[in-house]
Ligand binder design. Structure first.
Ligand code: AMP
Ligand code: MG
Length: 391
């Protein structure tokens, strides 16, 4: 349902963390030119023939070549050029004598070691030959990928862009943090949490907005931002009660683009899915734990897939439960958990806090979600279960 956006060409900095939408063919060789691998002296190897500490060879130093010197030099037989690491090797030189094997002279140099042809010269193209495909479509843009692109002179890369997500919280009881609470009000926590989860999944947040339980107000938020988004996520207003603004806005029988369903999971049973003017919308339940677990189960993998990112699913680890638990019949239960991989060998897991969908504190300090299959009602200590690694 969530589709990849067309590829875009962006600056290297913007490309970080995305995946390449094209192969990259080197237009340049690396190294670009033959250059010195050492600080030392460029020589003709045969001019150092027989040099030893007891019988050194002395050569006049005709040039000084720091890195970045751009004029083209030629080494005359029987002379040396002082040269620094990364500087171009002059025509006619066949080896570099490291400064450590010399007296470091400036006018003339005393060389105490014989040097083989080719020593300490980094050859043009030995890393990358121009015309080689060095990076592949689908490859994640990591720091070394950016380094290679820059070394090849590229200022931009073509990537699959980030998904743009609109996050809307609903509820007339909600107050933005930082403002005083009146009786019956609570602080709004889903939009900041879901927006952070979107960014953590690699997406960008077009806007976060809060609407009261009022269809017109909710509709106004959609009208204002929906066109900029590739995905709309709402929280709240999809349960079985009255004043369910999201259900009311789209109609409860699925005839206005959004279908409301009950999913056999806990937390996160009431869900909705559909489109608003062509843009996918997923309507999550309002309880904060339900909202975040639903995001983990349904949206994080889908967003990452649409961006072509690696590891769309959280890593699943098999771990031994160190307590006995019960789980509701017919529902796949995700319990906040502490996964312990420190013991070496077998990972263990213990649930963390009650399964209730409003206990946010435990989720904040859990490092895993314990995945209890829907046909399981009792799990005894020592059972192996799957844990989603959130760390
Ligand atoms: P709802 O799904 O709208 O019936 O909300 C279920 C529960 O989650 C209620 O206790 C709401 O107050 C709470 N809730 C809904 N949205 C939010 C939110 N954005 N931040 C914090 N709590 C919320
Ligand atoms: Mg509500």
């Amino acid at each position: 349902m969530i589709r990849a956006r067309p590829a875009v060409t962006v600056s290297l900095t913007e490309a970080q963390g995305l995946v390449l939408a094209d192969d990259v063919v080197a237009r340049l060789s690396l190294p670009v030119f033959d250059n010195s691998a050492m600080d030392g002296y460029a020589v003709r190897a045969e001019d150092t023939s027989g040099a030893t500490p007891e019988h050194p060879v002395v050569l006049p130093v005709a040039e000084d070549i720091p890195a970045g010197r751009t004029d083209e030099l030629t080494l005359r037989p029987g002379t040396a050029h002082r040269i620094m690491t990364g500087a171009p090797v002059p025509a006619g030189a066949t080896a570099i004598v490291p400064v450590e094997a010399t007296d470091g002279g400036v006018q003339s140099v005393t060389i105490r070691q014989h040097c083989e042809p080719g020593r300490h010269i980094r050859r043009a193209g030995e890393d990358v030959a121009a015309g080689t495909t060095v990076l592949r479509n689908g490859q994640p843009v990591t720091p070394p990928v950016l380094g290679l692109a820059s070394a090849l002179g590229l200022a931009e890369l073509t990537v699959i862009p980030r998904q743009r997500v609109l996050v809307i919280s609903t509820g007339s009881e909600l107050v933005a943090p930082g403002h005083p609470l009146r009786p019956g009000q609570i602080y709004e926590s889903n939009s900041i949490m879901l927006a952070a989860a979107v960014r953590d999944a690699g997406g960008i947040v077009v806007a976060t907005a809060t609407a009261g339980d009022d269809v017109a107000e909710f509709g106004a938020v959609l009208d204002r931002y929906a066109a900029e988004a590739d995905l709309i996520i709402t929280s709240g207003g999809v349960s079985a009660g009255a004043y369910e603004v999201v259900k009311d806005a789209f109609g409860r029988d699925g005839d206005r683009g959004v279908e409301f369903v009950k999913v056999a999971m806990q937390p996160g049973m009431p869900q909705g899915i559909g489109r608003v003017a062509g843009t996918p919308i997923v309507t999550l339940p309002g309880n904060p734990v339900s909202a975040l677990v639903s995001f983990e189960v349904f949206l994080r993998p889908a967003l990452r897939r649409a961006m072509g990112l690696p590891n769309p699913e959280r890593p699943h680890r098999a771990a031994i439960l160190t307590e006995s638990l019960t789980s509701p019949r017919g529902k796949r239960q995700f319990r906040r958990a502490i996964l312990d991989s420190s013991k070496g060998g077998v990972d263990t897991v213990i649930s963390y806090g009650p399964p209730a969908s409003h206990h946010l504190r435990w989720l904040a300090s859990a490092n895993g979600l314990l995945d209890i299959p829907e046909d399981v009602e009792q799990v005894s200590a020592g059972t192996q279960l799957q844990v989603w690694d959130l760390s």
